[in-house]
Design a binder for this molecule. Structure first.
Ligand code: PHE
Length: 339
């Protein structure tokens, strides 16, 4: 094989490489030219038979052949791989198992609040809001709470250096709402409350209440009892019983505390209700005329009821939770049970 033959062979190899459409075609071309039984060994073999004067030139051509064909093969292989990944990109392989993403869910406390909003909106209530950091006026004075009332004591209230405080109840929202609108008023106000309580199975220094306020011309205690009972049945089911006990609050007169029968044991007695069959939800009553005077409402013209609701208490009996602390630990194994 002379130098001319080698050049022709090289051109042919390059043409074959161009024609190869798949990696397998390309491999066949490589074997044909550079393989152990291919054409390159034939060229090398021919070197021996060549006239000594031509040998260096043939040797040079043979090397050139090996190098250029090798490079052309590499380039073609790279181009084929790039083309095939471009072709699959953007396509969706339905046979590959999907990655599972855990779905989040609402916290039981949030679930109770959202359900309460839904229930009271059926009765025409809208949602109002107030700040967690309150003044002494809104949390106590405007609510007719005398200066020597024990709840003002530092035992119960978190006071701030500014003289403000962390609200101990959602009742200040009553005042803010009445100051800003004329009757009739029908609002609920869910939110966080803070008290210097020692934490145990049923107490937490930070808890949630839902305040309710309904002011109009002839609102009565019967409205209060009816609406709270309607709420209880919607929230807990038709078998829950509601009980009202006489009580005292400075901002309502008369005042009550009210309980729901324990949903966990059906009222027979269990750990959640401390064997009593009842769970205290919060307080309520008819808005004290002194409070109306403070906000500029005419106590002769309007009457109203107000109530509080302990959200955690409701969540505990609704979901059968024995310890309030479980609600704040953010343990996903616990929380995921209430999807
Ligand atoms: N704010 C009272 C409490 O936290 C509950 C309450 C609200 C009582 C509205 C009467 C009227 O105990």
């Amino acid at each position: 094989m002379n130098t001319q033959d080698i050049v022709i062979l090289k051109d042919q190899a390059v043409a074959d490489i161009r024609a190869a459409g798949t990696p397998a075609d390309l491999e066949a071309v490589r074997i044909k030219y550079l393989g152990r039984k291919g054409l390159l060994p034939v060229i090398m073999e021919g070197l021996k038979d060549a006239v000594p004067a031509e040998r260096p030139e043939i040797g040079r051509r043979a090397n050139e052949f090996k190098q250029e064909v090798g490079q052309a093969l590499d380039a073609a292989k790279a181009a084929l791989t790039a083309a095939s990944s471009a072709a699959t990109r953007g396509h969706f392989d339905t046979t590959i198992p999907g990655a599972w993403r855990g779905l989040g869910q609402l916290h039981p406390v949030t679930q109770v609040i959202e359900e309460a909003i839904r229930i009271f909106s059926m009765l025409g209530f809208t949602v109002a809001d107030g700040p967690d950091i309150e003044t002494e006026y809104y949390n106590f004075d405007a609510l007719n709470t005398p200066g020597d009332h024990p709840s003002r004591d530092t035992q119960d209230t978190f006071w701030l250096d500014s003289g403000e405080l962390l609200r101990t109840q959602t009742s200040p929202v009553q005042i803010r709402v009445m100051e800003s609108r004329k009757p009739p008023v029908r609002i609920i106000a869910p939110g966080r409350c803070y008290r210097r309580d020692t934490t145990d199975a049923t107490h937490s220094a930070n808890f949630h209440q839902i305040e309710g306020l309904y002011v109009d011309r002839k609102v009565s205690m019967a409205d209060l009892k009816g609406d709270i009972t309607f709420f209880a049945h919607q929230m807990m089911g038709p078998n829950v019983k509601v009980r009202f006990r006489p009580h005292f609050f400075p901002f309502t007169e008369p005042s009550v505390e009210y309980d729901f029968s324990c949903h966990v044991c059906g009222g027979v007695g269990c750990r959640v209700c401390k064997q009593s069959g009842w769970i205290e939800i919060s307080g309520a009553g008819m808005v004290n005329p002194k409070v109306f005077s403070k906000v500029g409402y005419d106590p002769e013209a309007c009457t109203g009821y107000a109530f509080g609701m302990g959200v955690e208490r409701i969540a505990m009996i609704k979901f059968g939770i024995e310890d309030i602390r479980l609600l704040y630990e953010n343990d996903i194994r616990f929380l995921s049970q209430f999807a």
